[in-house]
Each structure stands twice: as structure tokens, then as C-alpha cells.
Design a protein around this ligand. Sequence first.
Ligand SMILES: Cc1cc2nc3c(=O)[nH]c(=O)nc-3n(C[C@H](O)[C@H](O)[C@H](O)COP(=O)(O)OP(=O)(O)OC[C@H]3O[C@@H](n4cnc5c(N)ncnc54)[C@H](O)[C@@H]3O)c2cc1C
Length: 291
Amino acid sequence: MNSILLEQNISLANFTTWRIGGPAEWIAQPKNIEEIQYLINWIIKKKISCNIIGAGSNLLINDRGLKGLTLCMRNLKGIKIDKSSGIIDVLGGEMLPTLARKAAANGLHGLEWAVGIPGTIGGAIVMNAGAQEHCISSYLESITTLSLTGEYKILQRQDLNFGYRYSLLQNEKLIVLSARLKLTLGHAEKIRQITNENLNHRLKTQPYTAQTCGSVFRNPEPLKAAKLIEELGLKGFRFGGAEISKIHSNFIINANKASSCDVRELIKFIQKKVLDTYGILLETEVKQCGF
Ligand SMILES: Cc1cc2nc3c(=O)[nH]c(=O)nc-3n(C[C@H](O)[C@H](O)[C@H](O)COP(=O)(O)OP(=O)(O)OC[C@H]3O[C@@H](n4cnc5c(N)ncnc54)[C@H](O)[C@@H]3O)c2cc1C
């Protein structure tokens, strides 16, 4: 194994799409499973904690930073496609938009909705990411995981207790090393066209290039969190450097050097307003780390 870089005191702001977060006590970005195994042995020996992050597109990290090892999975990349069976084997750090594009290029139908979700496959499985009535669990066969105590396990889709933006992995910390998906062969040109249309639609309806984490709140189904927030006239409302997007009110933008505290205060403010007006407690979809 080539030597693995273990860095200390690195700002996690560059590891989240919100560009918020204090320093990691230790951070590593393994490129293969052997390196992950080495890191797990290292944390076991040193008796330190471990936080797993993907592309950081659904994370609010405390400005105080994170203790122990931050295991950043975004360099664990690789996709193998068997076009005839529709089976895709993908490593946990591969980006969902890359996977969606590769599937489309191979004429495989199923991930057209995923092209605009800027997370890794591992993060998508933990969150059961989805859009337009689709979600990743519908296309998942199994995952290979490594526990923080060093055990490998293959889990089938039915083992993961998937629900709306939920999987068992939100309660049980396991590293998603790889996943097997099954798509169906379709009309390549049509799949490419729908994939492109989906991305264009997002660019028009979301503050896609701003520093955000996507939707902050889960939808209190059948209602939409964005609609409730918008009806309260909160678009553009600011707390410190954090602002409710004027384009999509379930998005909070890091408009001007927002701190993790600014975002948390804005979240609490929105929750209170919605609760007082509608009697609904909005739950956060974004995962908060180090608080
Ligand atoms: C502009 C924008 C648009 C978005 N649109 C959508 C959308 O339409 N639908 C949607 O569902 N989400 C959306 N999101 C949110 C986000 O992209 C998804 O939740 C995504 O799946 C998170 O993946 P990630 O790799 O960034 O995970 P992170 O944010 O890094 O982590 C999320 C959780 O997964 C865990 N995790 C990450 N990787 C692994 C791994 N390999 N093994 C074990 N645990 C892991 C982390 O510990 C954490 O608990 C959007 C975000 C942005 C910024």
C-alpha cells in the first residue's frame, strides 16, 4: 500500500457544500479499501472516534470542528457497468451525477432524476436520496460495508429499512464501501434527453450554484416545507450570513461567511414560525455534526 496522508487540523469548510465547518482533528481521504482498512485499524489502536463524510452536501458541521478522525470518502471512486444485465457496481465515493451520466451514456434507465444531486453514492444510500418520486433504494440491490470495529458485511436492500430520506445507516454507523444497483436497458437517446432536462429544470428552480446543502427540512408529507416557509413571507430573510433562498425557500444560503451558529439560529427561527402558524414541527433533513 502507498502511504496514506493523515492530516491534522484541516478546515472542514472546504469539505461541505455550505462551506461551513471548523477543523478536523484528523482527516484522511482514502482512495481504496485497503487504505480504509488501515485507517480503521489506526482508530481502533488509538481509541479515537470517527466521522464519515461523503461530498458534504447534506452536512452542517460545527465551527468548533470535529474530534477524532474525519473519514472523507470522496476519493473512493470506480464504476463497473454490465450493460446487458443492467448491473452497476460502484464504489462509495463516486458522485451520483457522474453515475447518472454514465448510466445514461450506456442506455440504462433508472437514474435520470439523480443527475442534479451533488452527493456521493455512499451519502445517497445513507440518506435514501431522491427526487421526482424516485429514490436510490428503488434501484439498489446490496451494499458492502465496513464497521468501525473492522467487520465487513454485505447488506441487501431489505436489510436497510429504507423510508423517506431514511435508512438504517442513519442509526448504525457503517462505512458504505460499495453498492450494487440494477437498472434497465432503455432508449439511450431518450434517457440522455430526460437526464439533461432534469438538470436544466433544477438550474432554473434551485439556487444550484450557491453555497447550500439542498433542502434543509424534510417535507411534512403531503405538504411541502418550501411552500409553508414561502407562505410566511420568509424568502430572503437573513440571520447573520445565512439567508433563506429567494429562489427556493427550503434552501438556506451561506450568503456572507455564515457561521454554523447563524444557520442553526435560522433553522430554529423557521421551525418556530411554522410551528406557531401551522402547528407543524419541521424536522431537519440536513445532518448536524459536532454539536
Ligand atoms: C444543490 C443541492 C441539491 C440537492 N438536492 C437533493 C435532492 O434532490 N434530493 C436529495 O435527496 N438530496 C438532495 N441534496 C442533499 C444531498 O446532496 C444528498 O443528501 C446526498 O445524498 C448526500 O450525499 P453526500 O455524499 O454529500 O453525503 P454527506 O452530506 O457527506 O453525508 C450525509 C450522511 O451520510 C453519511 N455518509 C456519507 N458517505 C458515507 C459512506 N460512504 N458510508 C457511510 N456513511 C456515509 C454521513 O456520515 C452523513 O450522515 C442536495 C444538496 C445540494 C447541495
